[in-house]
Design a protein around this ligand. Structure first.
Ligand code: ZN
Ligand code: MN
Length: 498
């Protein structure tokens, strides 16, 4: 299906449902460890595999992280919420129901501001609700068994899962991707989830349909399609693009009349680049929700909510603003640094505060440091050059004790050997030229070269280059720029004397 939509007389309506696993030590209703990558079915107990007669107990830490997320997204935290059973049968759900929140979620409303295109005003995506629920297990389709049989791993069963549902406010696949990118950054900043899509700790379903103009001016909505099985933000964007075209073509084929097309759930085939019909979309009544009889409702006092609010911390959008207003960085620079994550921003702030040159430090982070992290595939915490070490190095650049190019070599060497600045400079044969000695050296050169001095005085400033050459011969560690500056100062002072 390669057709493109040429008639622009439609609006794309997108809503997203994001499931994200919370970073708790244990599962939501039992003491089993919440860990990825263990041997299948080793992190289970009678509670999470749903043996009869067991009693779930809520993990307070999971609820605390959930509330922190709701507050960071500007949602309204309920003073009273409860648990419900969502009933369905699937091999990875041995209990036959999932404990979730139906009519009284812990958080309603909220929004996230998203910048779709650089320099454009951000759009505001409203959130419908956020609730907490338990994850299901995982079906493993084992190729070694001829592809005919599936196994079930229940390690994931009962892991705390946050479901974040947006309003249908998103108007393009690009905006959907931008929303997901910003949401993920926020969740990682909050420390509530690692959002690792490969490991399934962040999963996205997308609802999409088109609004088209009817013959008498009314708006006609095509049936909502839910797309599942997308394993990257890029895949979400591609799947939505594909689905918009498909719905448009289906609309044309049905003679532009509201057809009898049912609401559908469709899968995404990333290789083929297309969606395929899976089933009719289920309604909530299909799940026969009813209150969970084994768990008490959760109440939150205003005091408890205030405590959770204090744990939110500085969020990406606020940090971008602060880097621009307090550190005078450009919107672009602030964005690059903030998008690298909280630890890098913390590192940046420490060095920038100590050096007092926010732009210089920003350049170093965006060039030498980010390149090093990428090349070595390490995090800023693993960088051998700590914030105080970089500060020490940059102070030498600021005081002209080290030319910039030389400082970069020193940095690369420090990364390599994990040695201190002093050790590295010694090892590289860079002697620290102290300011007094450098001035003395320049004075002796000026005194010994009256013809060059005359040339400079006569307006040929470039003649000073010969003095720099002589200085370098006497001491290879001198900073050429500094020698030039001092010599010119000395020659000018002589001119004033005579
Ligand atoms: Zn368990
Ligand atoms: Mn869910």
């Amino acid at each position: 299906m390669n057709a493109t939509v040429t008639d622009a007389a439609y609006t794309t309506i997108i809503g997203l449902e994001v499931h994200t696993q919370l970073l708790t030590k244990s599962k939501l209703f039992c003491g089993c460890a919440n860990r990825f990558g263990e041997e299948p079915n080793t992190l289970t107990c009678p509670v999470c595999i749903g043996m009869p007669g067991v009693m779930p107990v809520m993990n307070r830490e999971a609820f605390r992280l959930a509330v922190r997320t709701g507050l960071a997204l500007q949602g309204k935290i309920a003073s009273f919420c409860k648990w419900d059973r969502k009933n369905y049968y699937y091999p990875d759900l041995p209990k036959g129901y999932q404990i979730s929140q139906f009519d009284l979620p812990f958080c309603e409303g909220g929004h996230l501001e998203v910048e779709v295109e650089e320099g454009q005003a951000p759009s505001k995506v409203r959130l419908h609700r956020i609730h907490l629920e338990e994850d299901a297990g995982k079906s493993m389709h084992d190729e070694s068994m001829g592809g005919r049989d599936s196994l079930v791993d229940l390690n994931r069963t009962g892991v705390p899962l946050l479901e974040i549902v947006t309003e249908p406010d998103i108007r393009s696949p690009e905006e959907a991707k931008a929303f997901l990118t910003e949401l993920k950054l926020l969740l990682v900043y909050l420390g509530v989830s690692d959002c690792n899509m490969q490991e399934g700790s962040l999963r996205v379903d997308a609802n999409v349909n088109l609004h088209l103009p009817g013959e008498s001016g009314e708006t006609i909505a095509t049936p909502i399609v839910e797309i599942k099985n997308m394993n990257s933000f890029r895949a979400v964007e591609r799947a939505l693009h594909h689905e918009v075209v498909r719905q448009w073509e289906e609309w044309q084929a049905t003679g532009k009349k509201k057809g009898e097309v049912p609401k559908q759930t469709r899968g995404w085939n990333d290789e083929a680049g297309e969606t395929f019909a899976q089933r009719e979309k289920e309604e909530s009544s299909d799940y026969r929700y009813f209150p969970e009889p084994d768990l008490v409702p959760v109440t939150m006092t205003a005091e408890q909510i205030a405590t959770a609010e204090a744990e939110v911390g500085e969020l990406p959008q606020a940090l971008r603003t602060r880097l621009q207003s307090e550190y005078e960085l450009s919107a672009y620079d602030a964005d690059v640094l903030v998008n690298q994550g909280k630890a890098l921003v913390r590192y940046y702030l420490e060095v920038a505060d100590a050096c007092g040159d926010a732009k210089l430090v920003s350049n170093w982070l965006q060039q030498d440091i980010m390149r090093t992290l990428k090349e070595r595939n390490i995090t800023i915490e693993e960088l051998p050059v700590s914030a105080p070490m970089l500060t020490e190095l940059l102070k030498k650049v600021q005081s002209n004790e080290l030319p910039r190019a030389r400082a970069r070599d020193v940095f690369a060497q420090m990364v390599e050997t994990e040695a201190s600045l002093e050790e590295t400079m010694d090892a590289m044969g860079i002697k620290q030229v102290d300011a007094g000695a450098l001035r003395e050296l320049c004075q002796s050169l000026v005194d010994a070269n009256p013809r060059i001095v005359e040339d400079v005085k006569g307006g040929k400033q470039q003649a000073v280059g010969a003095l720099i050459g002589q200085a370098k011969k006497k001491d290879p560690n001198v900073n050429p720029g500094e020698v030039r500056k001092i010599c010119l100062e000395l020659i000018q002072a002589m001119g004033e004397d005579s």
